[in-house]
Write a protein that binds this ligand. Structure first.
Ligand code: PMP
Length: 404
C-alpha cells in the first residue's frame, strides 16, 4: 500500500501550473513589495498596474489612509468576532446607513467580503421549493452560492434572455424565483441587460439580485452602479456590491427591503459564522465613499483614461472589446501566444492579467486590463507601445485586422 493518502492523488495528476512555472509563463501570485495607485514594485522593478480594481485610485488617498489610522487606534486591529455577537461597531451601522441612502434602498447589511455577501444572501434566501436563475458568466460568488443553496439552479447562456424567459415559464406553480446576475461581467467588461431582466422578473414574479462589484463608483449618476445607470433603482430588488474595488478596502454590502435584510441578517451563515469586517477597513470604506461623492471628477478621469487606452489599442490593430466599462479584454489568440504576450509585457514593466480557458474559449485568450482614474497619459502611451512590441513579436495574427 502506498503511503500517499488517496485524496492527494489529484495533486500529482494535474501539473499545468508547474509546467507553466518551468517555462516562465506562470502569471499568478507575484508578490508586490510596494505600491502607488497606478504602479506596483515587484522585485526591483516598478510596473504600471493595469490589473487592479482600484478604479477611482483611492487606495492611497490621504483621507482614506487617515480614517484607517484613526479607526485602528480607536477600535484596535480586528473585530475579533461575528457581527451577530461582539463584532458590530457603530462604524458598521454608519456605513450601512450611508450605503442604504447611496443606493436609495430601505436597508443595508455589511459583510466581511463581497464573496461572502452573495454566498450568504443567496443561500439564506433560497428555500427547498425555490429556483435560482444564473447567467453562465456570473461571478464565482453566485455560482458557489448556488451550490450551498437549497432548491434548484438553472443556468442560462450569457445574456440570453429569451432562454431565461422559457426557463421561467417552465417553473412549477408556486415556486419562488430568484434571478442573480452580475451588473458588469468581470471578464468581458460588458453591462447586463437590466431593462430586459427587470421586465422578465416582473412578468414572472421573480426577485432580481444584481452583483454590482464592478459598477460601484463607475456607472450611473453618483457612481451608484448598474441600476442607477439604467434608472431602474426601484425595479432591482437586491443589490450586492464590494468595497474591494472602487472603495479601495475589503468587505461587501447587500441593499434591499428592510424585511428581506432582517431575514438575511439572521440566516446568512457567511455573515454569522465569520468575523466582522475589521475597523480600519470599515473606516477606510466610509472615507472612500466620502471621496467618491466629493470628487466626481475622478469618474470623469477614469472614463477619459478608458477611452484613451481603448482608442490607442484599436489604432495599433488590437481589439479591446466594446469599452462599456474600464475593463478592457484584449483578444490575442491561443494560450501560448497570449501567455508569451503577457510575459513580454511583464518584462516590459506592464502588469496585466492573462485570461485563458476555462474562463474563455481556447482560441480567444485575452490580456485583461482595468483602468484607474490615476493612470497618466504618459503611462497609457507607454503601455500601448509595450503592447505593440509584444504582440508584433509573439502574436502578429492578433494585429491582422489593422493592416499594420
Ligand atoms: N463579484 C464580482 C463580480 C467580483 O468580480 C468579485 C471580486 N473579483 C466579487 C464579487 C467578490 O468580491 P470580494 O473580492 O470583495 O470578495
Amino acid at each position: 500500500m502506498s503511503d500517499t493518502p488517496r485524496v492527494f492523488a489529484k495533486v500529482t495528476s494535474d501539473n499545468r501550473a508547474r509546467m507553466a512555472q518551468s517555462i516562465g509563463l506562470y502569471p499568478y501570485f507575484a508578490p508586490i513589495q510596494e505600491s502607488t495607485t497606478s504602479e506596483a514594485r515587484i522585485g526591483d522593478r516598478w510596473k504600471v498596474m493595469l490589473g487592479s480594481n482600484n478604479y477611482l485610485g483611492l487606495t492611497h488617498h490621504p483621507k482614506v489612509l487617515e480614517a484607517c489610522t484613526q479607526a485602528l487606534h480607536r477600535y484596535g486591529s480586528g473585530a475579533t468576532g461575528s457581527r451577530l455577537l461582539n463584532g458590530t461597531l457603530d462604524l458598521h451601522e454608519t456605513l450601512e446607513a450611508r450605503l442604504a441612502a447611496f443606493y436609495r434602498k430601505p436597508a443595508a447589511l455589511v459583510f466581511t467580503t463581497g464573496y461572502q455577501t452573495s454566498l450568504g444572501a443567496i443561500a439564506a434566501l433560497m428555500g427547498r421549493d425555490d429556483i435560482l436563475y444564473l447567467d453562465k458568466l456570473d461571478h464565482a460568488c453566485i455560482v458557489d452560492a448556488a451550490q450551498l443553496a437549497l432548491g434548484d439552479t438553472v443556468r442560462y447562456p450569457h445574456g440570453d434572455l429569451a432562454q431565461l424567459a422559457r426557463q421561467l415559464e417552465k417553473a412549477p406553480e408556486g415556486a419562488g424565483k430568484l434571478i442573480a446576475t452580475d451588473g458588469v461581467f468581470s471578464m468581458e467588461g460588458s453591462i447586463a441587460d437590466l431593462p430586459g431582466l427587470t421586465k422578465l422578473a416582473k412578468q414572472h414574479g421573480a426577485a432580481l439580485l444584481v452583483d454590482d462589484a464592478h459598477a460601484l463608483g463607475v456607472l450611473g449618476e453618483d457612481g451608484a452602479g448598474t441600476a442607477r445607470h439604467f434608472g431602474l433603482d426601484d425595479e432591482v430588488d437586491l443589490i450586492m456590491a464590494t468595497f474591494s474595488k472602487s472603495l479601495a478596502s475589503v468587505g461587501g454590502v447587500l441593499v434591499g427591503p428592510e424585511d428581506v435584510l432582517h431575514w438575511v441578517r439572521h440566516h446568512a451563515r457567511a455573515l454569522i459564522f465569520t468575523a466582522a469586517m475589521p475597523p480600519a477597513s470599515v473606516a477606510g470604506t466610509l472615507a472612500a465613499l466620502d471621496v467618491l461623492q466629493a470628487e466626481p471628477e475622478r469618474r470623469t478621469r477614469l472614463w477619459a483614461n478608458t477611452r484613451r487606452m481603448a482608442e490607442q489599442l484599436r489604432a495599433i490593430g488590437l481589439d479591446p472589446g466594446p469599452a462599456q466599462t474600464p475593463i478592457l479584454p484584449v483578444t490575442v489568440g491561443d494560450v501560448f501566444e497570449t501567455a508569451r504576450v503577457w510575459r513580454a509585457l511583464f518584462d516590459d514593466d506592464v502588469f496585466v492579467h492573462l485570461v485563458i480557458p476555462p474562463a474563455v474559449p481556447a482560441n480567444s485568450c485575452r490580456i485583461r486590463l482595468s483602468m484607474t482614474a490615476e493612470h497618466t497619459d504618459a503611462q497609457i502611451d507607454r503601455v500601448v507601445e509595450a503592447f505593440a512590441r509584444a504582440v508584433r513579436t509573439h502574436a502578429p495574427r492578433a494585429l491582422a485586422g489593422a493592416g499594420s
